[in-house]
Design a binder for this molecule. Structure first.
Ligand SMILES: *Cc1c(COP(=O)(O)O)cnc(C)c1O
Length: 360
């Protein structure tokens, strides 16, 4: 067996231990004589798997009972529409921060359902930083205030959450959920596609403060209505059963590592290894502003697009794959989620030093 270090932005690398457990249980899940993917979602065995996954997530993020946890489908992109449909019903207006392509996609989608105010944007600078926010610009009557805590494509991250007062803060955490400790109480809604830092694709996690349920527009499709999905235990229809099982295995692994607080320290170290190298080099250029640097997605360029391509190719030959940057930024992007071992980042750093020596 020859596993690579997979620096993909998502779907991405998962803990080997979780994959091994899934492999072992593939044909016969704990004496049931079947694979989890073959089980009825209404069965007692499957409900136990589902409940444990939810309990593990609640434990890892210290989610209070005043919040519902939903396991949905449709990706983060589905929630771009679900959020306004569920929340934009009082003043009919929401504040958005345009900090990246996904934030932009979310606000464009929300405009179909109500009034969108953009209270900060770094779009004109190719989203190289988190926009400076001024509380005086916030609408105190907004139905919600929307941010993207980590911008996957550009490699930026909020170091300070906006103070939105009584306006519920809604956060797309697709690429940094479970990577650092957040106080859930600061948010009205946290949501994430699972395929970056939680588990496989197909599962969308929505964590919503219970008092925000029941505000949906009448046009809201049932499968996007958080209140209905909560009442049905996320099983109005068939949930993504296998993805939930695998996410559960990955989260159990995370718990064994000491949980979010412990992995956050490792993540800071991993990111520092690469940023220190970038800062000490005249060859590489980091593309995200220093004060907004992501710990999950490290973006940089070499002196030319040709060398970028050579870098990506040479790294792949040494078992470090999927390092090509997103087309809107170019260059190189190393996504170093929870499941990327320190050894993988060390190997990349060694490779970077050698590549610089050979090409400068
Ligand atoms: C990947 C990503 C999305 C899109 O997720 P899908 O599940 O593919 O819809 C949205 N927001 C962020 C921050 C992402 O990283």
């Amino acid at each position: 067996m020859n596993r690579v270090y997979n620096f993909a932005p998502g779907p991405s690398t998962m803990p080997q231990e979780a994959l091994e457990t899934a492999a072992r249980e593939m044909l016969d899940y704990q004496g049931t004589g079947m694979c989890v993917a073959e089980m009825s979602h209404r069965s007692k065995q499957y409900q136990a798997i589902f409940d444990e996954a939810e309990a593990t997530l609640r434990d890892l993020m210290h989610i209070p009972d005043t919040y519902a946890v939903l396991f949905l489908q449709g990706g983060a992109t589905g929630q771009f529409a679900a959020i306004p449909m569920n929340l934009m019903t009082k003043s009919g207006s929401a504040d958005y921060v345009d900090s990246g392509n996904f934030a932009h996609g979310a606000l464009v989608e929300a405009k179909k359902y109500g009034n969108v105010r953009v209270v900060g944007s770094s779009r004109d600078d190719n989203y190289a930083y988190i926009p400076k926010l001024n509380k005086a610009d916030f609408d105190p009557n907004a139905d919600y205030f929307y941010i993207t805590t980590n911008n996957t494509i550009y490699g930026t991250r909020y170091y300070e959450l906006p103070d939105t007062g009584d306006v519920p803060l809604v956060a797309d955490m697709s690429s940094n959920i479970l990577s650092e400790a957040y106080d859930v109480n600061r948010f009205g809604v946290i949501y994430a596609g699972a395929q970056k830092n939680v588990g496989p694709a197909g599962l969308t996690i929505v964590i919503v403060r219970r008092d925000l349920l029941g505000r949906a527009m009448p046009i809201t499709p049932k499968i996007m209505d958080w209140k209905i999905m909560d009442e049905k235990g996320s099983m109005l229809n068939t949930p993504p059963t296998y993805a939930i099982y695998m996410a559960g295995l990955c989260m159990k692994w995370l718990k064994k590592q000491g949980g979010v607080e412990a992995i956050e320290k490792v993540n800071i170290e991993k990111a520092k290894l690469l940023y220190d190298l970038l800062d000490g080099s005249a060859f590489y250029r980091p593309t995200a502003s220093k004060e907004s640097r992501s710990r999950m997605n490290v973006t940089f360029t070499t002196p030319s697009p040709e060398l970028d391509a050579e870098f990506v190719k040479a790294a792949a030959e040494q078992g470090m794959v999927n390092l090509k940057g997103h087309r809107v930024v170019g260059g190189i992007r190393a996504s170093i989620y929870n499941a990327m071992p320190v050894e993988g980042v060390q190997k990349l750093a060694e490779f970077m030093k050698k590549f610089e020596m050979e090409h400068k």
